[in-house]
Design a protein around this ligand. Structure first.
Ligand SMILES: *Cc1c(COP(=O)(O)O)cnc(C)c1O
Length: 420
């Protein structure tokens, strides 16, 4: 089946009630038929519900549907995008290990990798996503993960997947792609040879800015890299906290299985069933929305590029963009709703951000409602002028998350805001 059909139907098997909409199973726990059944469920001899911190039938539909859209084997829903990223790291790295992360990543990922996990003894080494050959010299025997974004936020770079995947495969290291901005509609990293995908479901997945959530999806081929690889010994040795279970041996997708049975069990960043239901509603229209976000963003990028007051526009599908060839190669029919542009200085940038009416001043992306952000005064406020330039976020940079309103209204709004 194709994406537009999967997005509406995948992962849902109707029960006796035959409800067309996926039910919200708002329940903490589940009754066992007997102590034998309970024992079999705990021993994974019978796969079934135990407790909602570990699994839930509504969340299960969300996970299955998302995994199919990404071309993966299984998914694990989490309570936020940040917890999905943290679990993906914690599932492979421990004190003494290092991970290799693109410099151009979401702000929360920068603080998580640069500061928080450092206190857990995990070191982060950064590479320039526009120069992935740098990765090779950062790798040593303690490197456990290469993490990058398929479309970076807010610099909207598209990485050279082939180069990164080749280096990762040569060294038998897992790759993890934050696919939040592209969504599986525009990019499927697992089919490009990557091993794990993470998302903030809070953005394009809910699509209407309704709930914070995340998901991890693993590749169908991940076992090739994990099984027998001493780097990932904890997938190949018995887990004493789970009856000596060997994750790479049970015939189930090992990465999400371990993240569920170990990390979700012990750390508990589980999505609420209601939020999972919201993501399911979002997924149904995701293919349609991504087409609209992408086509409107390209028109706006072209309009801004032709405007005399604008110095530079960053959008991967503009021919002038340094990543145009990568975008055409790795993105499928659109480059999402995120773009940024530069004006002369911070005062002009602030004036434009204050003057738009349809574009609301918000620090979020992926909403059906258009959003304007001035990173230097908000998300990147703590950085010096030099650090801003280094991060690809000069003071005069404005970020737009283009919504699904009428394109002519959106262009008029920007045109008027530029008449200062
Ligand atoms: C928002 C975002 C996150 C964090 O997700 P939350 O759901 O807010 O925790 C991670 N990565 C990217 C690219 C994002 O845009």
């Amino acid at each position: 089946m194709n994406d537009q059909t999967l997005a509406v139907h995948a992962g849902y098997t109707k029960d006796a009630q035959g409800t067309m909409a996926v039910p919200i199973y708002q329940s903490t726990a589940y009754e066992f038929k007997s102590t034998d059944q309970a024992a079999d469920r705990f021993a994974l001899k019978e796969l079934g519900n135990i407790y909602t911190r570990l699994m839930n039938p509504t969340t299960d539909v969300f996970e299955k549907r998302f995994a199919l859209l990404e071309g993966g084997s299984a998914g694990l829903g989490t309570s936020s995008g940040m917890s999905a990223i943290f679990y993906a790291i914690a599932n492979v790295a421990e004190a003494g290990d290092n991970i290799i992360v693109a410099k151009q990543v979401y702000g929360g990922t920068t603080t998580l990798t640069g500061h928080t996990i450092k206190r857990f003894g995990i070191e982060t080494r950064y590479f320039d996503v526009n120069n992935p050959s740098e990765i090779e010299k950062l790798i040593d025997e303690k490197s456990k993960l290469i993490l990058f974004e398929s479309i970076t936020n807010p610099t909207v770079d598209v990485p050279d997947f082939d180069t990164i995947v080749n280096i990762a495969n040569k060294h038998q290291i897992l790759t993890c792609v934050d696919n939040t901005v592209a969504t599986p509609m525009l990019c499927k990293p697992l089919l490009l040879g990557c091993d794990i995908v993470v998302h903030s479901a809070s953005k394009y997945t809910t699509g209407q800015g309704l709930a914070i959530g995340g998901i991890i999806v693993e590749s169908k081929n991940i076992l090739d890299k994990i099984k027998g690889n001493s780097k990932y010994y904890h997938f190949n040795e018995p887990d004493v906290t789970y009856h000596g279970l060997i994750y790479s041996d049970v015939g189930l997708p090992p990465f999400t299985l371990r993240a569920r049975l170990s990390l979700l069990r012990d750390l508990g960043a589980t999505p609420s069933p209601f939020n999972s239901w919201l993501y399911i509603q979002g997924l149904e229209t995701l293919p349609l929305r991504m087409k609209q976000h992408s086509s409107s963003a390209l028109k706006i990028a072209e309009f801004l590029e032709s405007h005399p007051k604008i110095n530079k526009v960053n959008y991967p599908y503009l021919k002038s963009n340094k990543n145009y060839d990568m975008a055409k190669k790795y993105l499928n029919g659109g480059a999402s709703g995120l773009l940024s542009f530069e004006v002369d200085n911070i005062d002009i940038a602030k004036r434009i951000a204050d003057n738009t009416k349809i574009f609301k001043l918000v620090t979020n992306i992926g909403d059906s409602k258009s959003i304007i952000t001035h990173p230097a005064s908000t998300t990147h406020q703590q950085l010096s002028k030099e650090e801003l330039i280094d991060a690809g976020v000069p003071e005069g940079l404005i970020r737009l998350s283009v919504g699904i309103e009428d394109i002519n209204d959106l262009i008029s709004d920007l045109k008027e805001a530029l008449e200062y």
